[in-house]
Ligand binder design. Structure first.
Ligand SMILES: Cc1cc2nc3c(=O)[nH]c(=O)nc-3n(C[C@H](O)[C@H](O)[C@H](O)COP(=O)(O)OP(=O)(O)OC[C@H]3O[C@@H](n4cnc5c(N)ncnc54)[C@H](O)[C@@H]3O)c2cc1C
Length: 393
């Protein structure tokens, strides 16, 4: 059990942190004000990140990605948490591993261009009537001749305005429940496929979240990703790591960055003749945040190492999703309190961090759903969630 970072891991952390500080953080305020990141700036930051080898670090090298282990990927994602969602998407790529399950032709047409940064894609599962209950979707794909015809709608699809193609779930056999759902790859330009309204959100400015409509969209056989009827299974098997990366690891990094600001502010801000950091109630908040961040980071490394050792770690991923997203909520809430009025005022980024953090408990499965998953895993005998010794036997 060795918790020290290797030379390479230190280098990974410092090169991402340096890049974020010099290239990305200066863009954050402008995006917050205008609600968008200009396309030419997006291309520029992508090119710079690619030069440093920081794009698509999770994808195997044989497809042009960084080929990092899950642990190293999580260490990288922790650093990504130090900037905003849209900047992470454009600078480091958001290449979902679900495409690794594609055919050779799909890998050539979709995965490799995405890894190069030439094409961007989103995952579209949620519908107005089916969020947590992902098996309740109504979007329907009906077999016709040598392909499919798709009808239905999706909503809240992140990065939809910018994406060139989408991974979409649809019912292919209405009598088979969760086993009657399949996954398709849809190009943006297809006839009958409309990317609709950009749905305004509380935070995450700069990232679009769109409605999508399918009206008799014709799909050929090559659009089916994975096997017919295995769509939900495929999503569950491949999106777990994404959750670990995009929600949990980034929450740890973000919490850590926010606590660092709180520490600096507690030393600088004086009231009653003393730095506020000398008041015990402020010290409690700093100490509580440090404890929680550290616990989440260790759990993140533990879960990542288990996945690297070949485990699916489904329960552990759910555990960390809840633990890290709720930790971030408490850390950023304390930050607003420590900064006082300045924490609530839009002149400083603390209020933005507060709004941005709120989504972590909702998307990629709500806290309630992940608690349910954990409990079910434990009932099935996965006591390794709380008794590591039992699991190691
Ligand atoms: C900013 C943003 C980005 C998103 N990006 C994407 C994306 O890129 N792709 C995509 O497909 N989706 C995306 N989503 C959708 C997101 O994953 C869903 O919002 C989320 O899964 C919750 O579904 P829902 O909003 O329909 O809430 P609901 O499922 O309606 O839940 C409402 C409440 O009921 C609770 N609840 C539901 N079922 C149970 C239960 N069995 N037991 C206890 N409590 C329960 C929930 O926890 C929640 O508190 C995004 C959403 C947002 C807001």
């Amino acid at each position: 059990m060795d918790f020290s970072l290797s030379e390479e891991q230190h280098l990974l952390v410092s090169s991402i942190r340096g890049f974020i500080e010099s290239e990305l953080r200066p863009l954050e305020e402008g995006i917050e004000k205008t609600g968008r990141l200009a396309d030419d700036v997006a291309s520029e930051i992508r090119a710079k990140s690619q030069e440093l080898g920081l794009y698509a670090v999770n994808i195997p090298t044989k497809y042009g990605g960084g080929g990092l282990s899950v642990l190293d990927w999580m260490i990288a994602e922790e650093q990504f948490g130090r900037t905003s969602d849209i900047l992470v998407r454009r600078a480091f790529g958001n290449v979902y591993e679900i495409l690794l399950e594609g055919t050779d032709a799909q890998i050539e047409t979709y995965l490799i261009p995405a890894v190069r940064g030439d094409r961007t894609f989103s995952v579209a599962f949620t519908e107005p009537e089916a969020g947590s209950d992902a098996a309740a979707i109504k979007t329907r794909a009906v077999r016709k001749n040598d392909g499919w015809v798709l009808n239905g709608s999706k909503h809240f699809i992140s990065d939809g305005l910018y994406s060139d193609f989408f991974i979409v779930t649809a019912v292919t056999n209405p009598d088979a429940g969760a086993r009657g759902i399949s996954t398709f790859i849809l190009d943006k330009g297809l006839a009958g496929f409309t990317v609709g309204r950009d749905q305004p959100m509380m935070g995450l400015k700069g990232t679009s979240h769109v409605e999508m409509h399918f009206e008799n969209v014709k799909l050929n056989e090559g659009c089916l990703l994975g096997k017919e009827g295995q769509g939900l299974k495929l999503a569950l098997a491949t999106l777990g790591r994404v959750r670990l990366a995009q929600v949990s690891a980034r929450a740890v990094g973000r919490g850590s960055m926010i606590l660092d600001s709180c520490l600096r502010y507690s030393k600088d801000r004086r009231q009653f003749g003393s730095p506020i950091g000398e008041f015990q109630m402020i010290q409690h908040m700093l100490a509580d945040s440090a404890m929680e961040i550290n616990a989440c980071r260790l759990a993140l490394w533990q879960t990542a190492s288990r996945i690297d050792a070949g485990e699916e770690a489904r329960g552990a991923i759910s555990m960390l999703k809840v633990q890290a997203s709720e930790m971030l909520g408490r850390v950023v809430d304390r930050a607003v309190q420590i900064y006082g009025g300045a924490g609530y005022c839009c002149d400083l980024p603390i209020e933005r961090y507060y709004r941005d953090a709120r989504i972590a408990r909702i998307y990629d499965g709500t806290s309630e759903i992940h608690r349910m998953v954990m409990a079910r895993q434990m009932m099935k005998g996965d006591v390794g969630l709380f008794d590591i010794y039992e699991q190691a036997r």
